[in-house]
Design a binder for this molecule. Structure first.
Ligand SMILES: [Zn+2]
Length: 214
């Protein structure tokens, strides 16, 4: 077997891992977004609705990761035996831009709610779904980061740290719900602003990391 064939097989195996991991991320995030959107709308909670939107943007990010991996896997030739890494850098850039966009949108929506406050009505189901969602995101984050490091995929590692990070965001949403239930203090919209700023910061960080790789 020639070195070129070995290289080719390595690239195909890497692509398969990236695609499989990303599909798991897409399915998980669509489920999380659906449950959160449902309880967010039922509870009239801007923080939970934003959390759902954030999960949807994560699913979209994973779609872009797959496209990047597919393109990079198809292109290797004699001149570029490792394929066009820059296609994957581009997909990492798109993932970062999406996170930034989600953050800015979330910020605008949260500020609107500070100006025009609304009362949320949390149920036990709301709290249970938030707790389960936090656990699921933590497990997903660990899994995706591990796979990303295994195959040296910047897009996967970025997606994995984003998932771990989102678990912290969901925890602050849960904390604000409990604070409201116990003390009748609503920090929903402010938590929304804080979440938005942290998402924006994460997006900028991912963008910087991607550019450093080039
Ligand atoms: Zn996210």
């Amino acid at each position: 077997m020639s070195d070129t064939q070995d290289m080719r097989e390595m690239i195909v195996a890497r692509e398969k891992t990236i695609v499989k991991t990303s599909i798991i991320g897409i399915i998980t995030n669509i489920f999380l977004a659906a449950f959160k959107a449902a309880v967010g709308l039922l509870s009239n909670s801007i923080a939970i609705i934003l959390d759902a939107v954030n999960n949807l943007s994560d699913a979209l990010s994973s779609v872009i990761t797959i496209i990047g991996a597919k393109l990079a896997g198809k292109l290797p030739d004699k001149k570029h035996p490792l394929g066009y890494g820059r296609v994957e850098y581009l997909s990492s850039m798109l993932v970062s831009a999406l996170v930034l966009y989600a953050g800015i949108t979330a910020l605008v929506e949260s500020i609107k709610k500070i100006i025009h406050p609304e009362t949320a009505h949390y149920s036990v189901l709301t709290l249970v779904i938030l707790v389960v969602a936090i656990g699921v995101k933590l497990v997903l984050g660990k899994y995706v980061t591990t796979k990303g490091k295994q195959v040296n995929s910047g897009a996967l590692v970025a997606s994995g740290s984003d998932a771990s990070f989102d678990a912290i965001l969901s925890a602050s949403v849960l904390a604000s719900a409990l604070l409201y239930l116990w003390c009748h203090i609503s920090l929903e919209a402010y938590v929304g602003v804080a979440i938005s700023l942290v998402i924006i910061k994460a997006g900028i960080g991912m963008l910087k990391d991607t550019m450093n790789d080039i």
